[in-house]
Design a protein around this ligand. Structure first.
Ligand code: 2P0
Length: 331
């Protein structure tokens, strides 16, 4: 007996950053975050429950994934099996249509697509909030990719969370936006987010200040999205990214995700603003820079970014839809 389903999800980029977990929790974030889901790039995932399998298999972009990645997939499948009262093991095939080195975490779109595909393959009805909760327990940022447009993930509380999903804040059209990703290196090896944030929490004297400040930044960013105010959003998003990185840089030893070209891009974005071109930056757990601007300024901002020595290429994304089932299967 085979039971299968396929789902698609987009990556998301945090405007209010998540960095740090509630100690002793089931991967609950210590701070609230707010992201925009990005159309134009996607992970497609097929889950096939198969009685012929002795254990779960996970193939990513056509090759067997490493064991730590497979274990995270198994953790999510175990939740779904227990909910559906199913004992079958599964084959999971996942493909990203964007390069791993693009600076967009494929774990966010990957676990969102997996949560939708696995529950559908197990015969469970669609429930985006529950799928978001399940995805969050494996990788917190993936909880936000269940929903389209602007999405928040609240901070958790001490102890095991009964239910902590992300939730939609505003649809994609609420604040017209372009996100330009300035790719700075083909290297993918850097301190993994989970390690980076746990190390920051354990050793950075600025971590407590980050957590306190992140709540205020989140409130400003949420209000800017609801008001459709790109400038207020951009200014606060820059503050969130810099405060997050400041806490990581102050860890012992410091977690430094930036390259020289990263700083060049930050300076150039600020020069664009001084010359009247609306552009704001954000940076995740890597050296690439994501630049926010209005749709009408996309071509001008792209040209300026491409001219910076060390910028390899510039990808463009817009607000998109949440994770969903699709026809067909990856086999
Ligand atoms: C974010 N990041 O809000 C932040 C900003 C990176 C920098 O969420 O440990 O892979 O699996 O819950 O979700 C990346 O962290 O971390 C991330 P885990 P995740 O997008």
């Amino acid at each position: 007996m085979l039971r299968q389903a396929t789902a698609l999800a987009h990556p998301n980029i945090a405007l209010a950053k998540y960095w740090g977990k509630v100690p002793g929790s089931d991967n609950a974030p210590a701070v609230p975050s707010l992201s925009v889901t990005l159309a134009g790039m996607a992970t497609t995932t097929t889950v096939i429950f198969d009685e012929g399998l002795a254990h779960d298999l996970f193939e990513l972009n056509g090759a067997s994934a490493d064991e730590p990645s497979r274990q995270r997939v198994v953790a999510l499948l175990d939740e779904v099996r227990s909910e559906a009262n199913l004992s079958l093991r599964a084959r999971v095939h996942s493909r990203n249509d964007f390069p791993t080195a693009a600076g967009l975490a494929s774990s966010a779109s990957g676990f969102a697509a997996l949560a939708v595909a696995a529950r559908a393959a197990a015969g469970l009805p669609s429930d985006p909030a529950w799928e978001s909760h399940l995805a969050r327990r494996v990788s917190a940022s993936s909880a936000r990719s269940l929903f389209g447009g602007y999405v928040e993930l609240p901070a958790g509380e001490e102890g095991q969370q009964r239910f902590l999903p992300a939730k939609p804040v505003a649809p994609p059209g609420a604040l017209p936006l372009r996100v330009l990703v300035a790719v700075t290196t083909e290297r993918t090896k850097e301190t993994l987010s989970t390690r980076g944030m746990n190390h920051t929490a354990q050793t950075s004297p600025y971590y407590r200040a980050w957590v306190e400040h992140a709540h205020r930044l989140f409130a400003r960013i949420r209000a800017a999205v609801l008001a459709g105010d790109l400038e207020a959003l951009g200014v606060a998003a820059e503050e969130s990214a810099l405060a997050m990185h400041a806490s990581a840089i102050a860890a012992a030893p410091g977690v430094i995700y930036w390259l020289g070209v990263t700083v060049e891009i930050l300076a150039t974005v600020r020069e664009m603003r001084s010359s009247g071109l609306g552009a704001w930056f954000t940076i995740d757990a890597g050296p690439h820079v994501k630049v926010l601007c209005a749709p009408a300024d996309e071509a001008r901002v792209k040209k300026v970014l491409e001219a910076i020595p060390g910028v390899l290429r510039v990808l463009i994304a817009s607000p998109g839809e949440g994770a969903r089932r699709v026809d067909g299967a990856l086999l």
